[in-house]
Design a binder for this molecule. Structure first.
Ligand code: BT5
Length: 236
């Protein structure tokens, strides 16, 4: 029988390579159920997008992944849900929640700097989606934010509970919530593309597939499904 929506199967380990990799392997071995969450205190090979690294000293930050047994076409929706859940969980801590938001495609920003990253991965052999999230709680690298900047009482395990509750409280259709939380819209941006190509313009929309629509400086409208965005000054 499928678990009821409020049930998460929570697994915790002291150290591992990457919680995303672990859940992908478990999915491929048929060993996990929908809504399994793995949290660790330390990753020795934490992954970002495009094979970049995700760093955190042992015991300082929230490092977790969830396995969702849903169609691959839902991967973008699932990734957006996790980003929004982190935004909601952190906004609850702060009196001025407008300072927490998203940068396309799915970074969580606190006071304009990166607080959390989300990495969605699909197995080539198993069904379902793994969505990992790293939230800086007690430590952040230079130029990034951490939850302890606004609330020093938060623990990684406590924040995970808040994120899961916020995830379950999201509506079925999150498109308007995602757009409302996306601080990229209306901003002048630099989009850094693979191959060290940069383009400049105004981020005007997100389409139904989660792609960013940018009006480039030459007036051309272009959509991006990959790339790193840098927020420049406000476009207005
Ligand atoms: C991300 O990638 O932002 C996705 C990060 C997902 C991490 C979680 S942790 C649990 C789960 N298991 C994993 O193995 N991964 C997921 P990206 O947008 O590519 O950002 C990576 C870049 O952010 C790096 O190249 C660094 O420049 C920077 N970075 C690394 N660690 C950081 C941190 N703790 N805070 C802010 N920036 C960081």
């Amino acid at each position: 029988m499928a678990p009821t929506p409020s049930i998460w199967e929570l697994r915790e380990v002291t150290e591992t390579g990457s919680t995303n990799t672990d859940l992908l392997q478990a999915a491929e071995a048929g060993e996990i159920a929908h809504r399994t969450v793995l949290r660790t205190d330390h990753q020795t090979a934490g992954r970002g997008r495009l094979d970049r690294r995700w760093d955190a000293p042992a015991g300082t930050n929230l490092l977790a992944s969830m396995y969702l047994d849903m169609a691959p076409s839902k991967a973008v929706d699932a990734m957006h849900r996790v980003g929004l859940a982190v935004v909601e969980a952190v906004a609850e801590l702060e009196p001025t929640d407008s300072t927490v938001g998203l940068k396309w495609p799915n970074d969580v920003l606190l006071h304009g700097t990166k607080l959390a990253g989300v990495l969605a991965q699909r197995s080539t052999t198993a069904s379902g989606i793994v969505v990992g999230f790293g939230v800086n709680v007690g430590w952040a690298p230079p130029g990034a934010a951490r939850v302890h900047d606004v609330d020093t009482s938060v623990t990684p395990a406590g924040l995970l509970q808040r994120v899961l509750v916020a995830f379950d409280a999201l509506p079925d259709d999150i498109s308007s919530a995602y757009r409302a939380g996306l601080q990229t819209l209306g901003r002048r941006v630099r989009v850094e593309l693979p191959g060290s190509v940069n383009v400049f313009g105004e981020a005007v929309d997100v389409d139904a597939n989660g792609r960013l629509v940018v009006r480039l400086d030459d007036g051309l409208m272009r959509v991006f499904d990959v790339g790193d965005v840098v927020h420049l000054r406000s476009a207005s």
